[in-house]
Write a protein that binds this ligand. Structure first.
Ligand SMILES: Nc1ncnc2c1ncn2[C@@H]1O[C@H](COP(=O)(O)OP(=O)(O)OP(=O)(O)O)[C@@H](O)[C@H]1O
Ligand SMILES: [Mg+2]
Length: 303
């Protein structure tokens, strides 16, 4: 099955610095193509399945028209990081000799914040497409607390846009292949989604995207996952059998979108109205003698 083009391969020439903001401690690396990448290491606690999810979801997102920085295979020799002073980072890098994953670094990009409405324009269809991809791939890591969305360019005359990063926590089903079939129609919990307040039009996104997630497309995508990260999976005869399982699962889930499609997002006005209603109800329930005291949660008085 591995006939499609593999990810482009580069060799790291310098380890620049660790990104301590990321739980897996990704690192900025320069490579022999003069590019700069955010490298995710096979030796991290998240392990190689996180890298498999990064490749499958990132490549699928890009094929569906979303912005995902280029992913590459990074050949890494820990010797290029000999100057790195942190012992725990050294341990991680020494455990990661060989093939790792790189994502093109977006220079000067800023982390998206759901609260900052002015940083980037996000329309209902774009928000809907992103929520749809996350729901299809069971991505639990695109919340208001951890959006894993970048705004780039961060400055200058060009219009800033949303870019999708960090899909390592998606494809939850691949941690238990024996029960994966039960997850094909599993409802996606979208309540804390980073774009929940942006009126995501998931119905339009579903009509547009579900027919495009075909088995031939998925086969091309899983062919981009290196054999090394699929080898030795219990219950499978080899990497191609695991690839076939991803294709089967995601194609079936795309066909079953009616069962998991998130709808019923509250708009910004609706969310504000609900908060106001809650505050008013709390206020009304307080005895008269307490009404002039700020409430116990320290919320400012509305009157
Ligand atoms: N391609 C990129 N361009 C610019 N900055 C990036 C890029 N990828 C990651 N970053 C920065 O590095 C941070 C950590 O990256 P990422 O979320 O991928 O790591 P992680 O270890 O999977 O994180 P966690 O699991 O804690 O969410 C991001 O929040 C962002 O600030
Ligand atoms: Mg992250």
């Amino acid at each position: 099955m591995k006939s499609g083009a593999e990810l482009r391969e580069v060799t790291a020439t310098r380890y620049v610095e660790p990104l301590h903001a990321g739980g897996s401690v990704p690192g900025v690396v320069e490579a022999d193509d003069l590019g700069t990448y955010v490298a995710k290491f096979t030796g991290s606690a998240q392990g190689r399945k996180a890298l498999v999810a990064e490749v499958i979801v990132g490549e699928l997102g890009r094929r569906l028209g979303l912005r995902v920085p280029e992913l590459v295979r990074v050949v890494f020799d820990p010797a290029v990081a000999a100057h790195e002073p942190h012992q725990e980072v050294q341990d991680l890098l020494r455990a990661s000799a060989g093939l790792n994953l790189g994502m093109d670094l977006l220079p000067g990009a800023v982390d998206f914040s759901a609260a900052d409405r002015d940083a980037v324009a996000v329309g209902p269809l774009e928000a809907g497409r992103i929520v749809w991809l996350d729901a299809l791939t069971a991505n639990v890591d695109r919340t208001v607390h951890s959006p894993n969305l970048m705004v780039w360019p961060g400055a200058g005359p060009a219009e800033p846009r949303l870019w999708l990063i960090d899909h390592g926590a998606a494809l939850v089903f691949h941690h238990r292949w024996d029960t994966a079939a039960n997850a094909v129609g599993k409802v996606y919990d979208f309540r804390a989604h980073a774009l929940g307040g942006y009126h995501p039009d998931t119905v339009a996104a579903d009509a547009e995207l579900a027919p495009r997630v075909t088995e031939p497309l998925l086969r091309e995508i899983v062919a981009r996952v290196p054999d090394e990260w699929l080898a030795g999976e219990p219950g499978f005869t080899g990497p191609d059998a695991v690839r076939a399982a991803y294709v089967g699962h995601l194609a079936a889930r795309a066909r079953a979108s009616a069962t998991w499609l998130p709808t019923g997002f509250h708009g910004r006005e609706q969310l504000a109205a609900e908060t106001a209603r809650r505050v008013a109800a709390t206020e009304a329930a307080r005895p008269g003698w307490l009404k002039h005291v700020p409430d116990l949660h320290g919320r400012p008085q509305t009157r």
